[in-house]
Design a protein around this ligand. Structure first.
Ligand code: NAP
Length: 409
């Protein structure tokens, strides 16, 4: 709808999309997808440059890379834009060592770098002329499961969502809410394996079975249940997340699918704590929640042909008539860009995943130490019990001398 409105000012330059966090793991791919659709793209991040490995690729030369700290006092410098996507967020552990294992999340930093930052970004985008805003949030089950353990991150995401809705209104707001994202150089093989195992009928079936059981329980589905559910949810392929994000931006999701997804979200939420998690959503805005919905939107509403046609529609109605031709032309251009080299944010390993950040000691070594500690405890416990049983079998237990105790006077 937005782009049909924009099309009324036909034969102007292509609509400009601001991608906040365009140098990141998801953001860089969103920039590429938008460029491939023929849109004009400006990326804002502190680095102000494409991720390592992407600088030489043709799409990155068509992006206006700008450097700005969205949390710093001066307003974020933006040209006139038509709409915006925010892929900014942080859930990395604190780089400062704390406690025995060192691994911890700083609640206030998480709140600021997910909540306050999104508020400022949405305000800046609105000031620069954006009429629609898509925000990369997080899966509702993850929010429910980790609202205690990752309080700052979840609070920040909630605050970010509330700010976007307040500033843009529900009709012009969309959230894409994935669980763990894999692809490119982030967990490439592990991600596929995890998705295959967690997506198997056996694993999915057991989650559905326990949900059906809990539907009758007075407590409903609690955060403890949701922790297991999130662990057994297939992670999202980054390409699907990108397609769903661009589909939300270009408004290509069919109304029927949107309603069905909203209904699924409502039913899921009702099960939580037998009546809905606190701050129950109003479902008046678009939210593509979780791997299944993201995959479906990517497949049905996020194909290159559909996205290119929607983008062309925004540029010029005449071009829109030749959308299929344009789409196939763009597809060829995309193919010519291949092979897609996965960018590696700032050259960091695994495209800036949790691993590889300082202090380098976590999270693997403390994780291994913790595992070794519990494994030793379990094995030692088992050995002690077995030794006790052996002694009992040999009858030595009978000879145990029990010291006589004198009752207190
Ligand atoms: N990855 C996942 O598994 C996952 C799962 C669920 C939800 N999400 C959400 O998806 C979004 C994208 O995740 P991602 O993995 O792509 O993150 P990422 O690779 O860490 O990218 C974050 C981007 O935000 C930019 N940024 C951070 N702080 C900034 C600041 N103060 N000012 C301007 N730009 C800033 C970063 O660039 P600079 O550092 O150069 O500023 C980077 O471009 C996040 O909101 C995240 O919460 C991710």
């Amino acid at each position: 709808m937005l782009f049909l409105v924009l099309a009324s000012s036909a034969l102007v330059a292509p609509p400009t999309v601001a991608v906040f966090g365009g140098s990141g793991f998801v953001g860089s791919r969103v920039c590429k997808a938008l460029v491939d659709c023929g849109l004009s793209v400006v990326s804002i991040s502190r680095a102000g440059q494409p991720p390592a490995g992407a600088a030489a690729q043709s799409w990155s030369q068509r992006v206006d890379w700008r450097s700005a700290d969205a949390l710093a006092p001066p307003p974020i410098p933006l040209p006139k834009i038509d709409c915006a996507v925010s892929c900014v967020g942080n859930m990395r552990p604190s780089p400062n060592w704390s406690g025995f294992f060192g691994l911890h999340w700083d609640t206030e930093v998480m709140r600021r770098e997910n909540g306050e930052i999104t508020e400022r970004i949405a305000e800046a985008a609105k000031r620069a002329g954006a009429s629609r805003f898509v925000y990369l949030s997080v899966y509702s089950s993850t929010k429910f499961a980790y609202c205690g353990a990752l309080e700052g991150y979840i609070d920040g995401k909630d605050r970010g969502e509330a700010a976007v809705r307040r500033i843009f209104g529900d009709a012009n707001t969309a959230f894409v809410s994935p669980s763990l994202i894999y692809g490119g150089e982030r967990f490439p093989s592990f991600g596929k394996l995890y998705a295959a195992v967690a997506g198997s009928p056996l694993i999915r079936g057991q989650t559905q079975f326990f949900k059906a059981l809990k539907r009758r329980a007075a407590t409903g589905w609690g955060p403890g249940d949701a922790i297991g559910e999130v662990a057994l949810t297939p992670p999202c392929d980054v390409d699907d997340v990108v397609k769903a994000t661009v589909a939300c931006l270009l408004d290509t999701i069919p109304a029927e699918m949107r309603q069905r997804h909203t209904e699924q979200q409502r039913i899921e939420n009702e099960l939580r704590l037998a009546g809905g998690m606190p701050g129950t959503p109003e479902y008046t805005y678009l939210n593509v929640d979780g791997t299944d919905q993201i995959r479906e939107v990517a497949k049905v509403a996020g194909t290159q042909a559909i996205l290119a046609a929607a983008a062309a529609n925004a540029k010029d109605t005449e071009i829109a008539e030749d959308a299929e031709e344009l789409a196939s032309g763009l597809a060829e251009a995309v193919a010519a860009d291949a092979p897609w080299q996965s960018p590696s944010a700032y050259g960091s390993p695994m495209e800036g995943a949790l691993m590889g950040f300082k202090p380098l000691l976590f999270p693997w070594p403390p994780g291994l130490a913790l595992f070794a500690f519990f494994a030793t405890a379990v094995v030692a416990n088992k050995l002690i019990i077995e030794a006790g049983c052996r002694r009992a079998r040999l009858g030595r237990c009978d000879k145990l001398e029990v010291p006589e105790t004198t009752p207190p006077k």
